[in-house]
Design a protein around this ligand. Structure first.
Ligand SMILES: Nc1ncnc2c1ncn2[C@@H]1O[C@H](COP(=O)(O)OP(=O)(O)OP(=O)(O)O)[C@@H](O)[C@H]1O
Ligand SMILES: [Mg+2]
Length: 388
């Protein structure tokens, strides 16, 4: 292959459209959810704060995209009514403590101040946050996305604070919280639960008909005309609907089919490419992720994979890691660092892990489980060893 041959391919019109968060033709099949959210958020336009609307749904259910587009609509509407409405979007998988989240909101409210992400203690941040919210004619709407991360790792302080903030500041603060995990309320302390859990909007997985429509609309912008047949889209929709009803994965699978068609110099995406693309997708992704790990992350992952037991505790991992380090003649990092690498590996989908009780221990620990099948595990171990 050459760059020129890829650019001259007869298939793609605009590949990036397949991955854009907001679809060129708008979001499909979410009218019920949108209406519910509009009802919940409308009081903001009447000058009242809305406390913690919860939005739940599996990955790829359209939560982030739809909420961000609604926030834009809301801001426009507020603007046309000369109301002052500011919004802040925080992804909690990248901002995992109350302090960091508050700093991120402050940075979005006031970019010129360039708040440092490190070096400020909690009390300083809380003071600054309170004094930034001193205008009674302004409203602030905070969207906390992927909130599971912060709840599981550093507790519910941020939600508690935001749910009570209107008692202490002049600006009216509303909050929307997005989570993958419907059991998210289990991570809330009772004092917070009573303040936040009133409204829930659920984004269910997409059905095959819905996925088909989403793929169809997107493919008309991503591919040249006549390149993708309807039965190909139907097949992809069916495969993904039987899994998680995930629109992102359906679009990815379509892209993978197209990539394979380009590589094979085909002029069309045909049905036979779908199964092949589906089979290679998971494998490729895992191997791609592995090569992007840092040396220390690789050492930790290798230690986990080399262990015979598929389920282990945090302390086991650390011991194995120390052993691996000595066999590679490297100085081990502290247990705390290794614990955070385990969290990274989990976020990347390379292991499954939860904080909980291991049967033979008397205290809570991180429980780590390897979910790769044996063939892939072997391949991954080889790639890791080769790259260390
Ligand atoms: N109803 C829809 N119509 C068109 N495209 C959609 C729809 N829902 C999701 N998508 C597309 O699927 C992809 C994933 O959507 P989004 O990121 O909003 O999902 P999410 O629910 O936030 O997932 P996660 O929980 O993984 O963050 C995006 O490219 C988005 O444009
Ligand atoms: Mg999202």
């Amino acid at each position: 292959m050459t760059f020129a041959s890829v650019l001259e391919n007869p298939l793609y019109l605009r590949r990036d459209v397949l991955y854009s968060l907001s679809p060129p033709t708008g979001f499909l099949h979410r009218i019920g959810q949108k209406n519910e959210l509009i009802m919940e958020l409308a009081p903001i336009l009447m000058g009242s704060a809305v406390s913690c609307v919860f939005v739940y749904g599996n990955p790829g259910a359209g939560k982030t995209g739809i909420l961000l587009s609604l926030l834009d609509e809301l801001k426009q509407e507020a603007g046309s009514r000369s109301m002052k409405l500011k919004t802040a979007y925080v992804n909690c998988s990248e901002n995992r403590t109350e302090t960091v989240i508050l700093l991120e909101i402050l940075n979005q409210l006031n970019p010129a101040k360039n708040y440092p992400k490190m070096g400020w203690n909690r009390a300083m941040v809380i003071d600054e946050f309170s004094s930034a919210l001193d205008d009674k004619d302004t409203q602030l709407l905070v969207l906390l996305d992927e909130v599971d991360y912060v709840l599981k790792e550093s507790g519910d302080d941020i939600l508690y604070r935001l749910s009570r903030i209107n008692d202490t500041v002049k600006t009216k603060v509303s909050t929307i919280v997005i989570s993958n995990d419907v059991r998210v309320a289990d991570y809330l302390k009772p004092r917070t639960r009573s303040a936040v859990s009133r409204v829930k909007v659920i984004f269910p997985p997409y059905t095959d008909e819905e996925l088909y429509d989403i793929l169809k609309a997107r493919s008309s912008h991503a591919f040249k005309s006549g390149v993708v047949a309807d039965h190909v889209l139907r097949k992809i929709a069916e495969i993904e609907a039987h899994r998680d009803g995930d629109a992102r994965k359906a679009l990815e699978l379509l892209d993978n089919c197209a990539k394979n068609a380009v590589a094979k110099k085909r002029a069309k995406i045909t049905l036979d490419l779908v199964n092949d693309a589906d089979a290679t997708l998971e494998r490729d992704q895992t191997l791609n992720i592995i090569t992007s790990l840092t040396q220390q992350q690789k050492l930790v992952y290798l230690s986990i994979l080399k262990n015979q037991a598929s389920i282990m505790g945090g302390m086991d991992v650390y011991k194995l890691y120390q052993e691996t380090c000595s066999s590679y003649n490297l100085k081990p990092l502290t247990e705390r660092r290794v614990r955070s690498f385990c969290v990274n590996l989990k976020d990347l989908g390379l292991v499954e892990s939860e904080v909980g009780w291991l049967s033979d221990l008397k205290k809570k620990t991180r429980r780590i489980e390897v979910t790769l099948d044996d063939a892939l595990k072997e391949k991954v171990v080889k790639v890791l060893r080769d790259s260390l």
